[in-house]
Every structure is written in C-alpha cells, then in structure tokens.
Design a binder for this molecule. Sequence first.
Ligand code: FPP
Ligand code: MG
Length: 325
Amino acid sequence: MGDRKTSLAEFSRHFKEINDELKESLDTRVALVEDIAEYSLLGEGKRVRPLLFVLCAQLCGSKQDNLYHFSTIFEYLHTASLLHDDVLDNADTRRKKPSARQVWGNPAAILGGDFLYSKASAIAVEWDSLKALRILTAMVSRMVEGQLFELSQTLNWHISKDQYLEIIIAKTAALMSAACSCGAIVAGADGEALERLSDYGLNLGIAFQLIDDVLDYTSCEEAFGKPVGKDLREGKVTLPLIYALSQLEGKEVERIQELFKSEKVADEDYARLIAMVRQLGVVQRIKAEAAEYTRKAVRLLDPFPPSPAKEELIALCSYLVDRDF
Ligand code: FPP
Ligand code: MG
C-alpha cells in the first residue's frame, strides 16, 4: 500500500508511553515472577495491540491521560497468550530470544502467563466498565477456542480455507478487534463508530496473521525473531500450504500425509515442502489477499473526520502488510 514503506519508528512516541506504563505497573513480590514478566514483556515486541487501543480512542476524540495505562491490558493479554502458546507449541524462540519456557521451564512459563493475565484483569477491573469487561472476557474465550480448534486440526492436510480463517480470526484478529472496540468505548463512542472500529481491528488482524503465516515460509530467523518453517514442524497447515496442496495431485498429497504420519520426517522433507510452497506462487496471492483486508480496514475509517490518529491507523495498515518481520 502506498509508495513509502511505513516503519514502526513512526509510532515511537506512543511506544515510549506504553513501555513506561508497562514498567510502572509490573510490581510483584516474587523475584521469579518479576524475571519472567520483565523478560517476556519488556524489550522486543511490536506493541501493536495497545497502539490500536490508544489510536482508536483518540480517533473517537478521547483526550484522557490514562489511555496508555489502560492500553497495557492488551499487551499483558497478548504476552500472557504467547507464554502459554510457546508451551503448547514447544517453541524455543520468541521475540528474537530463547522463549521463557526454554529459560525457566514449562511450569514457570505457564504461571508467568497466568500472572500477566491476572495483571490485565486487574487493570480492566480498575477501568470499571462493564461494557469493556464483556468484550474482554468474550474475546479471551474466543482465543482459547481458537487455540483448541487449531489443536484439533493438527496435521489435517484437508483443512479448508474457511476453517483456517476461523482459527486466525479467533486466535489473532479477535484480540486486535477488542483493542479497537475498547478504544471506542473508553472514548464514550458506541453504535456505528464502535462497530466500524471493531471491524477495522478484525480485518487488520486477519491481514496481520496472513502475513505472519506467509513470513513463516519466506522470512529468515534473524528478521522474523522465530525460526522459519515452524508452522509445518508444529503440524499447522496454514494458508500457504493449503493453497500449495490444492495445486498438487491427490496422490502427492496422500504421499505427504503418509510421510508425516510415519513420524520419519527428515529435515530435507521439510525443506522440500517449504521450497515447493515458495515456488507455487501462493505467497503473492496471499499478500494480495492481506492487502485487500487492509484496504477494507482503511475504508471502514472513511466517516471519521481527519485527525493524526486516523492517519496513524491508516499507516499501521501499510506497515502490517509490508513488513518483513
Ligand atoms: C500465536 O500463534 C498464538 C496466539 C496468537 C494466541 C494464543 C492464545 C492462547 C494460548 C489462549 C489464550 C490465553 C490467554 C492467557 C489469554 P502462533 O503459534 O501461530 O504464532 P507464533 O508463531 O508466534 O507462535
Ligand atoms: Mg506458536
């Protein structure tokens, strides 16, 4: 989108405020909790979710000075979900570092996630908005359902695009959509504005995960911050593979399916499948679809009057589809 590549640095004034709030609210009596929370939360991390909350609130005219404080709910929730996700996925790398479970083990990583989740809940309660709490609790249920549905589809070589979309909406887009809805709510907006921002977040979230799943086939570990080809190794059949498999003959799909069932998959087998996905032209197709989702997101902002927040919400769309990490 656009001629100029948007960089996250353009949002740095927001990130400083968000990071200061995260540091401020991270108090605990136990050193291990502090170590895990600081390690997982501070430092790398794109802060997209709290940013969405702040920008949507400002778009709806909020000038409250506690926006950044409440925005941390979304980074706490996101990081809590990643701590748990790395245990579910046996992942050793996260945000360019060894994952928390790799450093402290699975039990401590799970409890660290629980701690961050409870921090998010405490800040949400402090906000004292039943409307926001309803959105937040429904969204967390949706994320858990998404994870469980994804789990049930492990190594399903016949998963449909609709089923894949259901997973990414639940596990990724629901949180982004909730961050946007809550931004509208904190500003006192409802009705059409709330609905539009909820949809903006949903479309942006779908685009974000489509690109994430493409990068899993095309990026390099240094830039991406986690190993490439991880989805395949975790048995996740994502859209690049769904499209690639649809171009193969039934017999070839069966052969691959049998190979993975036998659990004798060698590094070369993974490399061959990844190379196949890269060659079949599916990457461009998915990038174009992601760009279409962000165009839809941008169109949803049309009725809002011009403002710096609106410009930034549009720029965020460009960043998220053009990113290479
Ligand atoms: C990463 O997906 C995982 C998520 C986006 C959601 C994880 C959600 C849960 C564990 C349930 C909710 C839990 C709490 C505490 C709110 P991925 O594995 O495709 O991406 P990755 O490659 O970055 O690991
Ligand atoms: Mg994962």
